[in-house]
Design a protein around this ligand. Sequence first.
Ligand code: C2E
Ligand code: CA
Ligand code: CA
Length: 768
Amino acid sequence: MFTPARKSMPAIDYVSIVRSVYNDRRAMVVGAFACVLCTCVTGYLTGSLIFYAIAAGFVISATFRYIDMTRFKNANIGQTDVDAAARWEVRATYHAAIFAFLASFWCFSSFVFVNSPFAELLSMSTTVACMVGIVTRNFGLDRLLTIQLAIAVTLIMVGLLLKNDGYHWFLAFTLFPILIAFRFLAADVRAILLSAVHGRVEASRLAEELDAALDTMQHGLCMLDENGIIALVNDRALATFAEFAPGEWEGKPFVEFIAAATSVGTLPRAAADELLRDNEQQTSSKVILQLTNDRHYEVTTSSRQSRTVLLFEDITERVKAAERITFMARYDALTGLPNRGYFTERVEADLKRWRQSKTKDMATLMIIDVDDFKHVNDTQGHLIGDRLLIESAERLKHALGEKSILARLGGDEFIVYRGAAETEEQVMNDAQTVLAAFRAPFDLFGEHLSVNVSVGIVSSSHHDDDLSMLMTKADLALYKSKSQGKAQSQMFHDDMDVEYRYRQRLKTELRETIANGGLTLAYQPVIDLKSRRVVGCEALARWHHPELGTIPPSVFIPIAEESGLISEISRWVLMTATAECQNWPDEVHVAVNISAKDLRSGDVAQMVGTALASSGLPPRRLEIEVTETAVIEEREAAGVIFKTLTAQGIGIALDDFGTGYSSLSYLQALPFTKLKIDRSFMMDIVNNPKSLKLLANVARLGKDIGLTVTGEGIETEEQLALVAAHTEIDQIQGYLFGVPLPRRDVFELIVRLSAAPSAVAEPKRKRG
Ligand code: C2E
Ligand code: CA
Ligand code: CA
């Protein structure tokens, strides 16, 4: 029938409504006094004792009510103490019921027990007046009110009906709806109050939620009112504002804040202008602010109904991450220099400008290659190799300065671009500065290393030279400086282009020659120093070009290596030489040269196997020659291949010893059977005793580690005599005994020397 008041409203409101029932002791006393007075007057007027009894009832009930009100005051219940309030509500309900009973019984008595219109009027008017007061005071407590009204209405109606005349009956039926309406009246007042209370609670809940949202927001939020005053800010926005300009900004005009930030210097003027413009135009927009302290903010402005909301998002991390990604995509991780891609992008843009400008300025490109970097990496390890590259980059940066674009091209190659006008002389000076920068040895983790660079340069004023053209030319120049002995710079000139085209032609024609079986082999005898017998022959490839004449292997072998033709040559040489060797006496072996590229491609062992199988030559009669440079380039592959070959009894000779690093570490680590000392050791021995000593020492070194030692390039009797007398060399090879000869001639020579070992091949001093 009715919802208990404690359930229909928030605790705090329920408690305060219960409190209101107990609050006004004075009003209660005045009301009670009026009732007592009026009942006594009724009693006096009618002479009926019953009214004095009712008056006494009023006094007693008011006394108890007064005591209860005082106790309530003293109990001082908590603002939200719903349970206590409920107990006090029950007590108040009893008092209210008693009061309603006394008042309505007074009316009842006036109708039923006496016959006095004044008594009826007085009792009814007083009771109705009291009921109006009760309703206005107790509207919040529906139960209390309902009980009071039920008692009052029942007794008064019964009294009126018992009067038994038409007018009183009429009054009974009109009074009933009036009194009932009181309850609805109270319900309406209560509903209005409760909806106001609920509205207030909802508003404060929303306010709390908004507060929480604003405070936990990742972004700074600030709202400007229609006058541009900062009306609302959250903590984060305050912190952001403090970063821009110190001060209390809440309640101040936004423009004042921006002015302060620009004058302090934290906010660049351009960004400030943009922000203010967006603000004025009342548009929704985003502005990125870069503060002078390297922080970045994204400010989102949105305006509605002349209010503007600004969101400040700290995007420093996002911007930094984007910068890192761009950096990683553009720069080399090891040296921090621009990478090839970024270099290309920048230089192409500059070349475009250069072409459009049509000036006579020169564009300069320089390719710098660290000499023998692979050797450093192999012998010292990658850690030192990496450090060398990092420090090389540093030295280059320092030597070249700001006006160049320096990049790492990959591996041990660096590239430099100069767009500014410079004379060829100035460019050569720059190259000298680069070379000079590498003069001092490097100190890499305590290792002192002397490292040089080779430089290839192109300076061009041809506007149709694009980057790839310039790079090809600089590469040609670099190639030249490398082939001329490294540690130097070379300027590209057109002959190099001619040379380049010549090499390109040879490349194409070499491919055709190989395919048509146009290469031939020459064999150079290797002589045992003591017996002077031929112990072997080295197979050397020959290319007789129909137009260009004889092309030396020093030219076509590197071309074959570059263009991937070398393994075809090696396979063919192996097949041909092993087959030829089958014609020679059993004690004569054949030596075949293989290159670094063969080691890399990995099928040397298989090529050798096929050659031996098809020729039927015993493995011990085959020797493989490899240069030191090849071993350095392909150290790991060499180890595996050599092991397979030596296991079959095939000999492995380290060729041209002394021209590379002459590193003992290779000699020891790999299963060589022979050491071939380069002819550069032989050249000077006649005139220079020191050279002879050097040769003797190198030979001893080979002997000491159990290798057969061959001396290359013996051209004269004097050399032969010195070698025989002062060194431990076992075998000799050189023009003195025989130039590389065609197969028929070498066969004759082998036979002749076998028959008369001491004879020297005097008449054969023409090159094969
Ligand atoms: P190499 O292996 O050191 O071959 C010996 C070179 O020295 C040959 O030059 C030979 O003619 C030359 N020579 C021999 N005795 C003397 C001498 O007393 N005085 C002088 N001045 N030179 C002498 P060639 O045939 O021009 O070969 C040059 C290089 O080409 C060879 O050096 C070798 O590295 C390479 N080569 C030749 N044929 C082949 C081949 O079939 N395969 C591979 N991978 N390389 C080859
Ligand atoms: Ca050789
Ligand atoms: Ca050699």
